[in-house]
Design a binder for this molecule. Sequence first.
Ligand code: PLP
Length: 439
Amino acid sequence: MSVSRPNNLDAYWMPFSDNRYFKAHPRMLARAEGMSYYTPEGKEVLDGTAGLWCCNAGHGRVEIKEAIQKQAAILDYAPTFQLGHPIAFEAAARIAEMTPEGMDRIFFTNSGSESADTALKIALAYHKARGESSRVRLIGRERGYHGVGFGGMSVGGIGGNRKQFGALLPYVDHLPHTHGLAANLFAKGQPAEGAHLADALEALVALHGAETIAAVMVEPVAGSTGVLVPPVGYLERLRELCTRHGILLIFDEVITGFGRLGTPFGAERLGVTPDIMTMAKGLTNAAVPMGAVAVQNAVYDAVVDGAAAGIELFHGYTYSGHPLAAAAAIATLDLHRAEDLPGRARAIEPYWQEAAHSLRSLPNVIDIRDCGLIAGIELAPRAGKPGARATEVFRRCFDDGVLIRVTGDIIALSPPLIVERPHVDRLFGVLGEAIRAEA
Ligand code: PLP
């Protein structure tokens, strides 16, 4: 099937894009099914990135499409401020069945960015409700990505995403990132070295005082800045320090949720339970935008029971719990259960890991790392042109029918969890050829 190309590319200001390059050299995706995208001309492009880490159940799932269509015919929209509609409650209950025990209270948003800002606001409200109003400081981590709202951007640790925008949130500090190339080269799964990096939180407590710190927010596995897998013992140590100092631990599970690491959430795979957890992307298989924040019941109880009569949390979105998104979420979670998507990810992980590490001896490959169905391949930059080599690899792969994602000179891969061995072979085969060609 072919789909016509748009005639006018001017009006759309594309997000996180080189608009000028794209509009001169457009690469369009017009349709998708299963493991693949198709260009307007009908050329297949194997999806090595589940869209943007989000189509975990594969593309074009009929069950999700039908659930959205059915819901649109029943209730297109209803407000959720002081009113409710059944499917939003049902979706929340279904998510609560998947989250770690005791994290049964779910706040709906529309994206990962909104989930990050919501989580930070809940943390602040929690301390205030408990009479600890001095806890206003938010701690993130270098190279952390928590979306593009002012909260997530400030707590996030990506210079490029911050420096265009002047003053950010005050009272924010950062832990060092955990990317230890020298100590952990070509590590398979969690790297051995680096648990001590969590001790930087002790230093921040000594500097600012625990009584000023509300929350620490980290991604269990950082994806956007190039697949940074937590060293063995690191998250455990962070958990211990947060508990000791009364600081809430927030996991940003926007990419690690919904089976990506072979378990429903990264928390389970990595053996550490946070107080608050953000999610989005895979929640609806990306068919309708939706995010959510899950909190420990005690966090909800403190904010809700601790409030005077009336509205307990002055926060929410017109589209929180949108009926079409709720329908897509339920259908997606049904697929997760029926097809055991986390189990599929676990089953193919060893093959995936070996395939990723088979690129080790290619020119300019300086590191490879993986966790669950994520792989990062770091390339040596071209002299004086950071990011150029990986961008050229990306373009070559696309032209050869494979979609990868690059961030700087790091290639990040995260296929739909329905990936099978022949897809893995093709993905790494085409990528390997492209890396060789750009040597
Ligand atoms: N948090 C993490 C860890 C992410 O990877 C992303 C997006 O990639 C976000 C937050 C932001 O999500 P969104 O683009 O839906 O706002």
